[in-house]
Every structure is written in C-alpha cells, then in structure tokens.
Write a protein of this length. Sequence first.
Length: 217
Amino acid sequence: MKKITVWGFSWVPPVAQGLVRDLRVRWALEEAGLAYESRWIDTGERNSGDYRHKHPFGMVPVLESADGAMIESGAIVHAIAEQCEVLMPADRRAETLGWMFTALNTVEPPLWNLFVMDVLHGEETWVPLRRPAVVDEVNHRLAALSECLSDRDYLLGHFTAADILMTTVLRFIRHTNLLARFPSLVAYVERCEARPAFDAALRNQLDGYARNEPVAA
C-alpha cells in the first residue's frame, strides 16, 4: 500500500470532533507505520459528482492508494491490518476478525444510536420516550464487553486492529457517564488512547479541523 491519501471532512462541530470514522483509518496507518496524506472534503461538497465518484454515499473515510480506492472504515482498517502482523497476527486472524465485526456490528449500533439521539435530536419530543430503552441496550452491550475483557488488557490479550475499532466505538458515548459504571472499560479505553499512534492520528484529524474552522460572521 503506497501513496496513501485519507479523505475526511474538513470541519465538524466540536461535539463530533475526534469521533468521525476517518480517525480509525489514521490510527491504523499510524500503528502500521504507513505514511499518508490527508485530504479534506467540505460537508457541503460531499454530494458533488467528483466526490460521489470516490464514495457513492458521500461519506468519509475514503482511502486512495496506488492500489485503488477503498470506502468503509472497517474494510479499510482490515486492509491495513492485513499488512501488519501486530494489527492482524497470522495465528489469530479469525479471532481478530471476529472482534472487529463485533465492534462494528454488535457494539456500535446502540452506542451510535444514543449519540445521534442525544446530540442530533436531543430537543425532539420523542427522545425521552425512546432513550431509556436505548440506554438499556447500551448497558447490556457494555456489561457483556466488560465481562469478555475480564483481566485482559486488550480484546485478544495484546493490541490488534480489533482494539482500534472497539475503542473508537466506545468513544461515541463520551458525552455520557455510562462507561463509568464499568471501570475495566474505562481503563481499557484509556490504555488504548495512551498509544502514541492514537495520539498522532487524533492530532492529525484535529489539526485539519483547526485549519478549516469556519470564520465567524
């Protein structure tokens, strides 16, 4: 994978900064030691013909390289991990993949639903009626994940691509205190976020937002 470019939104409101899914891709590239260039798309330009040619749904991330273009953060992280023994150990490939899909298909949906409900629709009248059930579902997922981690530092015992996806999923509920009920999960997120590669990826994303911050009228 050479001549890598990662596309992300040029700016998002502060509540969403550090949560947009191109962070996962940047983190994986940093862990794998792969150099990349950042390109930014304004949210108002995401439906342009040129960008829709890159991503048919006008979303981010998009990864372009000498090998072609890829969409979907999970698929991109998987492709990067395939080239990095640390992120995808050859002798534990199936287990790593299983946890990657668990992060995206089992844990993420209720956490993302809660984020959208609280942050994007918080003032709407239906939210107080629906929110308790969503919180219950989130707590159910967190309790099961906490039990799975048990006394392990990482999902497979050592850091892999699955931890990149799971940590970025758990960040979706940082606006709540739900994670605090599970000290092992708090410690897990802190442990993953303490990695230099995470710090580099986050700074890369946030620096892009800072350079493109809208000028106040």
